[in-house]
Design a protein around this ligand. Structure first.
Ligand code: C5P
Length: 215
């Protein structure tokens, strides 16, 4: 079988968590390692795509021939995504923080008699914004990390965010930071169940499907 090519295509990938500052030394984060998103960026580049990888704070090496833009917060990620357009396809793998601290402190919060109360405000939804944008990539793919009702939430997310495909995974087990992933590909046609696979294999299969879809 001939290796499918993405030559001449620009694909945007987001990966990793975001960090939302509380004060100069503290932040809110999540358990995303960035490994699945980096593996997808690598698989796309290996198929000849020009890849822009917008990465939250992770300690992973940049895959060969991938253009990497490092960001910290959700708002920085949104700006970097907008700046990277146009793209033929986008794969939004990042575990973006849903909320940020409304008023970050300029100085380190000190221990004392009062417990600090953090007021949170919602972050922009980067995938949904892209889905509704005039610059929407032809193929828009989101991820859905869920701990229950995985397929129901994924299907709802696909329509709500105007995505073509949602890669749904159950993160109630050892997915975060682990080597393997069990995903379902949710499209307009239905649900494909993929067996438990190394993250690199999930990435290779998804990159092949992207190449087919962009033909
Ligand atoms: O709503 P939820 O966070 O579960 O949606 C997950 C999908 O949406 C992922 O593709 C993620 O990268 C994307 N997302 C985003 N911006 C947000 C929240 C999620 O791009 N603020």
């Amino acid at each position: 079988q001939r290796a499918r090519s993405l030559a001449g295509k620009h694909v945007l990938v987001t990966a990793g968590p975001t960090h939302e500052p509380i004060d100069p030394v503290r932040y809110i984060a999540n358990r995303s390692s960035g490994r699945q998103g980096f593996a997808i960026a690598q698989a796309l580049a290996e198929r000849g795509a020009r890849v822009t990888l917008v990465a939250g704070p992770v300690t992973l090496p940049t895959p060969a021939a991938v253009d990497r833009v490092d960001v910290e917060t959700a708002r920085e990620m949104a700006d970097a995504v907008a700046a990277a357009l146009p793209a033929d396809a986008a794969v939004m793998v990042a575990a973006v923080a849903d909320w940020r601290v409304e008023a970050t402190a300029d100085q380190k919060l000190k221990k004392g008699t009062m417990q600090p109360a953090l007021a949170l405000v919602p972050n922009p939804d980067i995938l949904a914004t892209l889905g509704a944008s005039p610059d929407r990539p032809r193929l828009l793919i989101g991820f859905a990390a869920e701990t229950e009702n995985v397929l129901g939430h994924a299907a709802a997310k696909r329509t709500a965010k105007h995505a073509d495909w949602i890669v749904a995974n159950d993160v109630s087990g050892d997915v975060m930071g682990g080597d393997a992933n069990t995903v379902h590909l949710v499209t307009a046609l239905g649900v494909e169940q993929w067996e438990r696979l190394p993250k690199a294999t999930v990435a290779a299969r998804l990159a092949d499907r992207i190449a087919d879809a962009l033909l």
